[in-house]
Write a new protein. Structure first.
Length: 255
């Protein structure tokens, strides 16, 4: 169950102290109306001591409330954006019918199922991958001109939509422009840390949804963003809690 803070005085919380309804949750996490450009919402879970994974996977950090918000992110988006390393480590496959709420997506005017857009500079997605084979919506593979042509061609032949965005490194502005051309403006980024760090560096993050799990992990797990140090100011948009976990939303600070 998801609850606002008891004092009801935090942005996004209600003042009744009652459990947040599905309608309220949708309102909090939904995208702005009338988007004229891609809007990037990043979704992460972290331990309170900063670990991004337990045993190499984020699943060890989440709880039922975090999972609910994760699924909501997919319900509300046009496209799921993810780095290849995270997709491989977490065993990603294409979003399937039944994994998202058809009623919600239809009411919001969204396609029945959002595609997965995988960022991989070397075009490392295998044509036989669950991301490609047997998915209801073809994946989008965002890669570079330097990626082996044979890999790109094999993915196209397997049904993937291959986008070349940059020469040796993926240019995320070009990548988002390609998504925009496809009418995919509600972007739900699910990581990983390198992709998030690159989005931060390019100043392309509009909202960060982060769950802090009530765990101390230790070890050498990385943090939710890696890359160049480029501070970007955010503003707190909402706070919820469930089973000692904090679910926070931060939005790009207005100038």
């Amino acid at each position: 169950m998801l609850w606002p803070p008891r004092d009801g005085g935090t942005p996004g919380g209600n003042s009744t102290g009652e459990e947040v309804t599905d309608e309220e949750l949708e309102r909090l996490y939904d995208y702005p109306d009338g988007l004229d450009r891609p809007w990037v919402q990043v979704n992460f879970v972290s331990s309170v001591d900063g670990a991004v994974a337990v045993g190499g996977r984020s699943a060890g950090l989440g709880n039922a409330a975090d999972k609910k918000v994760f699924v909501l992110g997919r319900d509300l988006c046009d496209v799921v954006l993810v780095g290849h390393g995270t997709a491989a480590a977490e065993g990603y496959q294409g979003v399937r019918v039944g994994e998202v709420r058809a009623e919600r997506r239809a009411r919001l005017g969204l396609a029945p199922v959002p595609p997965i857009a995988v960022v991989t500079a070397r075009c490392s997605v295998e044509p036989s991958s669950p991301l490609v084979a047997g998915t209801p919506v073809p994946p989008i593979v965002i890669t570079t001109a330097a990626a082996p042509e044979g890999r790109r061609r094999a993915l196209v032949e397997a049904g993937a939509d291959v986008v070349v965005a940059g020469e040796a490194e993926v240019d995320l502005r070009v990548a988002l422009a390609a998504l925009d051309e496809r009418g995919l403006r509600r972007v739900d980024c699910e990581g990983g840390p390198a992709l998030f760090g690159s989005l931060v560096a390019a100043d392309l993050v509009d909202v960060l949804c982060v769950t802090f799990s009530p765990l101390l992990v230790g070890g050498d797990a990385g943090r939710i963003a890696t890359g160049p140090e480029v501070p970007r100011r955010l503003e707190l948009a909402s706070v919820l809690h469930a089973d000692s976990a904090l679910l926070l939303r931060y939005r790009r600070a207005l100038a």
